[in-house]
Design a protein around this ligand. Structure first.
Ligand code: ADP
Length: 593
């Protein structure tokens, strides 16, 4: 549209200018032509009048009005000249006239041409003749006899022809002007088109650029201003592309940092609407809606404490932080609200740091210390009591003293076992136990352990049944550590099963793992404690009296997890318990297989 207009804007004034100037010139020209014609006619008429004066000098001097012979003769002259002729005496009385009879005519003394002839020796005047009702040019000269004025000879001719001639000229000129104007318009259009084409090309390229095509460029075709503009435009395009490219890179980097950050980041505008929220923030806040951008902070965080913290920071204009627990089980968060005064329209930044793990670890540490001190208190107290008693008996009753010492020995053994198990557990938990995992036959994990514990089982007359086929697929295991798991489970089974009971150990392949099972027909585990038996220090009351540490299953669980396996238990109260653990099978080309 703009292109069209620019073409017309150039072409139309161009054409109008040509048309107006030709017309002006024509007007002036035709006026000059007309004047020339009139002057020429005047000269001709004056010459005719002169001749007429000479021819009719006698008759004019006689001064007879409307003489028939003179009328006839003047008529013949008039026809010969193709003009109207009049003879007038020195007083203005018309003596003869080729168009009317002189007796019907008024005195002509005051006619302008007569007045002029009298005054200057020749006169002419253009007017509409009342007699013939045509525009005529009159020319009159004085007729003299010697020095004496006897009258005037007048010749008149219609100006129509002159006018027609000039009109014709004007028509020609107008036609020429119109043709010239049309040509000028076409020329103007052509010139304008040529001038506008680079602008149109430029417009196209700018359009492509604004739609995101940063590689759009123009090839300069001329050396003129448009060529310079094109070059400048291309240079601008290059700069723009480089700037946008580096901005994109920067944005990409910032986004990558934001998205991989463990801390949640929310940028909020002065209107309390979220402008940016990274994945960590949305995860912590449990925001599952579509885009958080443009929503109010309250909508996104849905937690009054966080909103309050934010508002406080806004109103005080300074950084405010606080610990916030999102929901009963939800993450425990350290929130820091910082106003951004310069950068983002006086909004601010809300930083969320997940403290859940930290707090859990802290709680576990405290629990652990509590548990350990609790576990040590009982044997220490009884040792203290035994030592006190020993003071009294050591001299008088060596027999009792020996008994007490034996009891102390048992307590010391229990404590030693607990401490070494604790140490073991903490080493496994902190990943300090390097596992030598290699393809291992299941039977090699089970058989040695079984032999170790067989005497214990025999003491309680517990029947041990084993079913671990030799041909089972190998498992990926550290023989020592995985064997420890078997020992712990088997030890528990023998420990908790009443004398003359039965314990069964087996292994079977299942999918891409081998499942090991240890089943007993002991008292079983109540369902309400079943989920907790793998916890550290968890032990039943029965076990408490029996002197367990509550660490055996916790160690087993950690060891199995370190192998990438699973451990679980099933139990029918009163009928017995079954413990399972599964280890992944070795693949064919695993090292060492
Ligand atoms: P400990 O045996 O030293 O008490 P464990 O971690 O080995 O500690 O076992 C935790 C608890 O699990 C035991 O106190 C006991 O209540 C229960 N438990 C483990 N194995 C059996 C089993 N075979 N039969 C019944 N209860 C068991």
């Amino acid at each position: 549209m703009g292109f069209r207009r620019i073409v017309w804007r150039i072409a139309v004034p161009f054409a109008v200018l040509v048309f107006v100037s030709i017309m002006g010139l024509a007007w002036r020209l035709s006026a000059v032509a007309y004047e020339n014609h009139v002057a020429q006619l005047e000269r001709m008429l004056l010459a005719d009048a002169q001749a007429l004066g000479v021819a009719f000098g006698e008759q004019i001097a006689e001064g007879v009005v409307g003489e028939a012979a003179m009328q006839d003769e003047i008529l013949r002259y008039a026809q010969a000249l193709g003009a109207r002729l009049s003879l007038i005496d020195e007083d203005g009385v018309v003596l003869a006239d080729s168009d009317r009879h002189p007796t019907t005519m008024e005195n002509h003394r005051n006619r302008p041409e007569v007045q002029q002839a009298l005054a200057r020796g020749a006169g002419s005047h253009i007017r509409v003749s009342e007699t013939v009702n045509l525009e005529l040019m009159y020319a009159a000269v004085p007729v003299r006899r010697g020095d004496e004025l006897v009258g005037f000879a007048r010749v008149a001719l219609p100006l129509e022809e002159v006018r027609e001639g000039v009109g014709d000229l004007r028509r020609q000129i107008v036609i020429t002007a119109i043709v010239a104007a049309v040509l000028a318009l076409l020329l103007g259009l052509w010139v304008a088109r040529r001038t506008a084409r680079p602008i149109r090309d430029l417009t196209n390229v700018v359009g492509r650029m604004s739609r995101g095509d940063l590689d759009a460029r123009l090839i300069p075709t001329t050396q003129d201003e448009v060529g310079t503009l094109t070059e400048e435009f291309n240079a601008m395009g290059d700069t723009l592309r480089a700037t946008i490219h580096s901005l994109r890179e920067e944005r990409g980097r910032s986004r990558a940092v934001l998205e991989t950050m463990a801390d949640g980041v929310l940028i909020v505008g002065a209107d309390n609407r979220v402008q940016l929220a990274n994945a960590a923030a949305l995860g912590m806040l449990g925001f599952a809606g579509d885009a958080p951008q443009g929503r109010t902070l309250a909508e996104v965080v849905r937690h009054h404490q966080l909103v309050a913290l934010w508002n406080q920071s806004r109103s005080q204009g300074e950084q405010v932080d606080g610990l916030v627990e999102l929901g009963a089980d939800g993450p425990y968060i350290q929130a820091i609200a910082t106003p951004l005064t310069n950068e983002i329209d006086h909004g601010g930044l809300l930083l969320l740091q997940d403290q859940t793990e930290l707090r859990r670890a802290d709680r576990m540490r405290r629990e652990f210390v509590g548990n350990v001190s609790h576990e040590l208190r009982t044997p220490l107290a009884s040792m203290k009591a035994l030592a006190d008693t020993l003071h009294d008996t050591v001299e008088d009753d060596p027999e009792a003293s020996r008994r007490f010492l034996a009891k102390m020995d048992v307590q010391i053994d229990a404590m030693t076992q607990m401490v070494s198990e604790l140490l073991e557990l903490s080493r496994i938990e902190s990943g300090q136990v390097p596992l030598d995992i290699r393809p291992t036959r299941p039977v090699d994990l089970v058989a040695p352990r079984l032999e170790q514990l067989r005497p214990q089982a025999e003491r309680k007359e517990i029947a041990l049944e084993v079913d671990v086929p030799e041909g089972l697929p190998r498992v990926m295991a550290d023989a020592e550590r995985a064997g420890q798991v078997v020992t712990n489970l088997l030890h528990n089974a023998i420990k908790f099963t009443q004398p003359s009971g039965r314990v069964r150990v087996w292994a079977e392949a299942s999918g891409d793992e081998v499942v090991f099972g240890v089943a007993d027909n002991g008292p079983g585990i109540p369902p309400y404690i079943l989920p907790r038996i793998f916890e550290r220090f968890f032990k039943s009351d029965r076990s408490r009296t029996g002197g367990g540490t509550g660490l055996g299953l916790a160690i087993a669980r950690h060891l199995v997890a370190a192998h990438g396996g699973r451990i679980w238990a099933e139990s029918d109260l009163g009928l017995g318990s079954t413990f399972y653990f599964a280890l992944p099978c070795a693949t064919e080309n695993a090292p060492g297989s």
